[in-house]
Ligand binder design. Structure first.
Ligand code: FAD
Length: 309
């Protein structure tokens, strides 16, 4: 892992910066590249605009490691309201949520209660519900709660990270149950005991796991195959493999982050690929934004330029 990536991921965990980083004016200017704004209205406007280009959306209100009962409750309430409003607008815009934002660090059953309420509301709105994957210490509990939830609400998917050694086994288990998978490379600072340290190994594992997702078993079980990546070489390889085994472009999807590889998003959509863009909003964006910088340390130059207006 590069020194810059490790440093940026360490900064993302710094408690003082998590609380105060969003007040730094030059950081606020730079983050606008990755999020349309802090408010719900900003997210809706962006989702409406991308829908007009043939790209549907997902949404997430930024926040993680909520340790206050009332705050976890407020987050859940916010998501319920947004699901209802999106339904009223007739937009296809799926929620993507972090369990630690629903109070997982306080109490597992409390977080599950909120999750269950969101899944029920999403199901009523005809929407899928996505569960993000956080640090490796949360993988077991995230998968346990996802499996439990899916027994009651089938339209549920979870993120798996190609940098983790365990993901191949998790993928087999989750897809055999018909749970959807959004495969990503992984955004956190993980030790070599649990994750591939070399990017080339992560990329190779991503490709191998993507082929497993497109194989007959997961598809027969009804698992939705989603590739959350901006890596155009991988996307090309996945499309090539899918075509070689006779899959149609509508049988798998690419999800990307708002503001990243926009030209490629549009090109893929024009070519008939199923593309969604994840739109983040909210005030608590500092750790999330540091992870975006860590993915491409060259972005730090963009922040530096913003420092000078
Ligand atoms: C829809 C979606 C949901 C995600 N959910 C999770 C999650 O729940 N848990 C988790 O751990 N991770 C999540 N991630 C993040 C993911 O793990 C990676 O950190 C991120 O996608 C970057 O990896 P990449 O596959 O794009 O490949 P990379 O090899 O990192 O990037 C490929 C190319 O894409 C471009 N690019 C990538 N990132 C950036 C950036 N930040 N700024 C500018 N250009 C960039 C660059 O041109 C780069 O060369 C999610 C990603 C997406 C797209």
């Amino acid at each position: 892992m590069s020194v810059a990536r490790t440093a940026l991921l360490k900064i993302s965990d710094n408690q003082w910066l998590r609380a105060n980083g969003t007040r730094l004016p030059f950081v606020r200017r730079a983050v606008s590249k990755f999020m349309p704004g802090e408010s719900y209205d900003d997210m809706i406007a962006a989702a409406t605009a991308t829908a007009a280009t043939g790209i549907q959306a997902l949404f997430t209100r930024l926040g993680e490691n909520v340790r206050d009962l009332a705050e976890a409750e407020a987050v859940a309430h916010h998501y319920l309201e947004v699901i209802d409003r999106i339904r009223a607008l007739g937009l296809s815009c799926e929620p993507s949520i972090k369990l630690t934002q629903l109070g997982l660090d306080i109490n597992r059953e409390l977080a599950y209660g909120h999750l269950r309420a969101l899944a029920g509301r999403a199901q009523a709105a005809g929407s899928y519900l996505w569960i993000d994957m956080e640090q490796s210490s949360y993988v077991d509990v995230t998968l346990d709660l996802t499996r439990r939830l899916q027994q009651e609400f089938p339209a549920v998917g979870v993120c798996l990270q190609a940098y983790l050694f365990r993901s191949r086994q998790d993928l087999e288990d989750v897809t055999s149950r018909g749970i959807g998978v959004r495969l990503v490379k992984g955004a956190y600072n993980e030790p070599p005991a649990v994750a591939f340290p070399k990017k080339s190994d992560v990329d190779a594992n991503y490709l191998a796991l993507s082929q497993a997702m497109l194989s007959a078993g997961p598809r027969a079980a009804g698992s939705r195959a989603v590739f959350g990546t901006h890596d155009l070489d991988l996307i090309g390889a996945i499309r090539g493999h899918a075509q070689s085994i006779g899959l149609k472009p509508a049988e798998y999807e690419f999800h990307m982050l708002y503001g990243i590889q926009k030209a490629a998003q549009l090109r893929l959509a024009r070519e008939g690929a199923a593309v969604r863009v994840l739109i983040a909003y909210g005030e608590y964006w500092f750790p999330w934004y540091m992870r975006r910088l860590a993915e491409r340390p060259a972005n730090v130059w963009f922040v530096a330029k913003s420092l000078f207006g």
